[in-house]
Design a protein around this ligand. Structure first.
Ligand SMILES: Cc1ncc(COP(=O)(O)O)c(C=O)c1O
Length: 243
């Protein structure tokens, strides 16, 4: 079974321990994409998963300057299978990419805690805005998130740096909003120290339009960086005021 928690871009939460319990009853392995939480906040192997995968492009690299991935396992048989595939398919990072990831790991814990603290402030501020501007905020740290209790149990020390928000004014309002931020850069990817903003339906998730994976057209995904939280909120405020 493949689990992505929190998920991109709607921040859905899956109970890792409960999933592993059911899967193992039927002899099925569980792989968890832990990219959004990072190893600083969530430990799927300790919760019963068999495999953890990361896009190290995101929080592990942390500076938007490396593209990479990692597979983490805790049994020799799976490690050998992954190593065989890696050797056969050539999925091997360069020495410089590895160096950038290792350098990122040294500050991962500090960065992710700041990302999480800033994201909670941003999410709470967005949620306090009038309902004719903000329709819905998606962040696992908010009590309004349908799986907040599961997230609070399986994430430790924060809920991550990604906040998604649906604008009452629809797709047009979403596009105007992301066009007018000054600190948040309009760009794909996430998890770097600088704040980014994007419209998934038109950008990162455009290829799933018309499928069951389609995301709402009025959704904006925000990768909250490690800048001053008050500056970030002031930037979002002036951009919302200009819609
Ligand atoms: C949860 C998650 N996993 C994997 C990936 C893939 O990352 P990469 O671009 O490094 O292949 C992404 C990219 O956005 C992601 O958000």
């Amino acid at each position: 079974m493949w689990v992505e928690t929190p998920s991109n871009p709607l921040l859905n939460i899956t109970d890792i321990a409960a999933t592993a319990e059911v899967a193992h009853k039927y002899g099925t392995k569980v792989a968890v994409d832990n990219t959004f939480a990072s190893p600083a906040l969530q430990h799927p192997l300790a919760d019963g998963a068999d495999v953890v995968v990361y896009s190290t492009t995101k929080y592990i690299g942390g500076h938007s300057d490396v593209v990479g991935g990692a597979v983490v396992v805790n049994d020799e048989e799976t490690r050998e299978k992954v190593a065989f595939l890696q050797n056969a398919a050539g999925a091997v990072p360069s020495p410089f990419d590895s160096w950038l990831d290792i350098r990122g790991l040294k500050t991962l814990d500090l960065r992710v805690k700041r990302h999480s603290a800033n994201a909670l402030k941003v999410a709470e501020w967005l949620e306090s805005q009038p309902s004719d501007v903000i329709e819905r905020v998606w962040y696992p740290g908010l009590e309004s998130h349908p799986a907040h209790e599961i997230a609070a149990r399986q994430m430790h020390g924060g809920f991550g740096g990604i906040v998604s928000v649906q604008l009452a004014g629809g797709a047009e309002a979403a596009k105007h909003f992301v066009d007018h931020t000054q600190i948040f850069t309009l760009a794909e990817s996430l998890g770097g120290v600088e704040s980014l903003i994007e419209v998934p339906a038109a950008m990162t998730h455009a290829s799933v339009a018309g499928t069951t994976l389609q995301v709402p057209a009025n959704l904006v995904r925000i990768s909250v960086g490690i800048e001053n939280a008050d500056d970030l909120i002031a930037d979002l405020k002036q951009a919302l005021d200009r819609i």
